[in-house]
Ligand binder design. Structure first.
Ligand code: MSP
Length: 513
């Protein structure tokens, strides 16, 4: 294995019952920006996304459409994968939970729990919410026996279930969270889980009877039951890591040695709505089989529209692909990353979208156009050599701010700093007045202005690359670079002598509809 830093990043796997929307796009783009930043800065990255294809929700949606569940999943998996490609997501693998490889890993995982005495059988009597795929007790229910989470009606069930001894790991989990303050970020989510763990943890029902639900992974020790969809879904992170080899004898399946795989994940990126499953169910299940825990869980906030939740039934779901048709992919990525402070909620409004787009066009786009135009006009398109440089300090300060922010997943801050540098450079143009300098006999001051601005553009190209990969590739080409530089290269690249090329505006004016 190489000595380079290794990073394994994951998004949630999305339910194959609905269309990709702005919320899904946000999580996926956030993961992509972090992955691109890591790759750009020399890490070996494995970036995973995919679709969650089992469970009652999918079975019922397929029935509603009059198709087989697998037909629905095939269609939706393709839709998600295509949407991600359109939005320049650079995932290394798109996993589907209906893949034979994954089903075998789920079975090996459950068998291991069973063999270790971590699972027992009991009768469950209570209320079930299909949408959330979870059980509730009578006292949890909302008005009219509705689900306290989503408000939909629940149904009463009484059935045989298999339970994982989750309660046995409560203390170990609390100790882990306390010993690793950065394990769940941001703090508000860590505290939420610590609060949740103050109450006694119950055991976790990990099966559903086939009499009610056929669409799932059959338990290896009881063929009349399928795995609870969340258990099946969480295991996707392990399947894709390549750690588990279900075809080998039990002692060689990989549960005792993950060193040849990507496991453990460095970062599970999730929305705050699925924190308990990731920060309680998943780590305790891993403890149950004896595997290391993921290194970090980052729970981001929720996109709302105005001040209302985005929902199919309200008809206010924002389609990232439509926005992209009007403004381009890089602009959608920029808006989502710049507008939402990682971890907090944010509100989508068309006005804010346009304001953020204008910033991109008027500050960054404008700087690029005018600098390239001036180098073309005054120096035949060749970046001049000049002894001094007016903005070197600002450039290196921006790199340290951006790097530190990205390492703390504060993408909005890194981008804010990058945009401030572009603003400073526009101010520098006004201050230096290159059009006046051009009239002087002494070429020195104008050379210095243009050389300085070329260096800033090279820096901006590197700084904006993770969020705007296509536009920055284009800018790099216009600057005469061989490709988008890394953060380090951007500070050392030799700019004098580069041959620049004029072109259409990077971010053209768009008529808002
Ligand atoms: N299938 C489960 C996840 C299993 S992971 C082992 C699931 N899928 S989902 O399709 O409902 O989408 C999950 C993720 O989409 C959320 O965690 C969140 O990251 C993202 N979002 C969905 N709606 C969102 C918003 N309105 N705002 C921000 N993110 C949201 O849960």
């Amino acid at each position: 294995m190489s000595q380079r830093r290794r990073r394994y990043l994951t998004t949630p796997i999305y339910y194959a019952s609905g269309e990709p929307h702005l919320g899904h796009a946000y999580t996926t783009i956030l993961a992509d920006v972090l992955a691109r930043f890591d790759r750009q800065n020399g890490a070996d990255v494995f970036f995973l996304t995919g679709t969650d294809e089992h469970g009652q929700k999918i079975q019922e949606e397929a029935a509603r459409r009059g198709v087989e569940p697998i037909e629905l999943c095939d269609e939706m998996a393709e839709r998600f994968d295509a949407a991600w490609r359109t939005l320049y997501i650079s995932h290394d693998r798109f996993i589907r939970t209906t893949e034979a490889e994954h089903e075998a890993v789920v079975q090996a995982f459950l068998q291991r729990l069973w063999d270790r005495g971590e699972i027992y059988e009991d009768t469950y009597s209570g209320w079930y919410c299909i949408h959330e795929e979870r059980y509730w007790t009578e006292k949890d229910l909302g008005p009219g026996q509705s689900c306290p989470d989503c408000g939909r009606p629940t149904r009463h069930v009484e059935e045989k279930n298999y339970f994982f001894r989750m309660s046995a790991y409560q203390d170990a989990l609390v100790r882990h969270i306390e010993a690793n303050p950065e394990w769940i970020v941001p703090d508000i989510r860590r505290n939420e889980i610590l609060g949740f763990l103050q109450k006694p943890l119950t055991d976790l029902s990990i099966s559903r009877p086939k009499s009610r639900l056929r669409w799932g992974v059959t338990l290896p020790f009881d063929e009349d039951h399928v795995s609870y969809v969340w258990v099946d879904a969480l295991i996707n992170y392990l399947t894709a890591s390549g750690a588990i080899h279900p075809d080998r004898p039990p002692e060689e399946q990989g549960f005792d040695d993950v060193s040849e795989s990507w496991w453990p994940a460095d970062l599970h990126l999730i929305g705050k709505d699925i924190l308990t499953t990731h920060a309680v169910y998943w780590p305790t299940l891993l403890m149950g089989v004896g595997l290391p825990l993921p290194r970090q869980i980052l729970a981001h906030g929720w996109w709302v529209v105005g001040d209302t939740k985005m929902s199919k039934s309200l008809g206010n779901v924002v389609d990232p692909l439509m926005l992209r048709e009007q403004f381009g992919t890089d602009a959608v990525r920029w808006y989502l990353m710049r507008e939402m402070p990682t971890g907090s909620d944010a509100s989508y409004t068309p006005e804010r979208f346009v304001a953020r787009y204008d910033e991109l066009a008027n500050v960054l786009g404008n700087l690029a156009s005018r600098v390239i135009a001036m180098i073309s006009k005054y120096r035949d398109g060749v970046v001049p050599e000049a002894p001094g440089s007016g903005l070197d300090e600002a450039v290196s300060a921006t790199f340290s701010t951006a790097r530190e922010a990205m390492e703390r997943h504060r993408v909005h801050d890194a981008l804010g700093a990058a945009m401030d540098l572009a603003r400073t450079a526009n101010g520098y143009v006004e201050e230096r007045q290159p059009w006046t300098q051009a009239k002087s006999q002494d070429p020195g001051p104008l050379d210095e202005t243009l050389a300085t601005l070329a260096r800033v553009l090279v820096a901006l190209c590197a700084l904006f690359q993770p969020v705007a990969p296509a536009k920055m590739a284009n800018l790099a080409e216009r600057l005469g670079l061989a490709g988008v530089p890394t953060f380090e290269e951007a500070l050392t690249v030799v700019t004098p002598g580069l041959q620049v090329r004029k072109g259409d505006p990077l971010f053209p004016k768009v008529q808002a509809t």
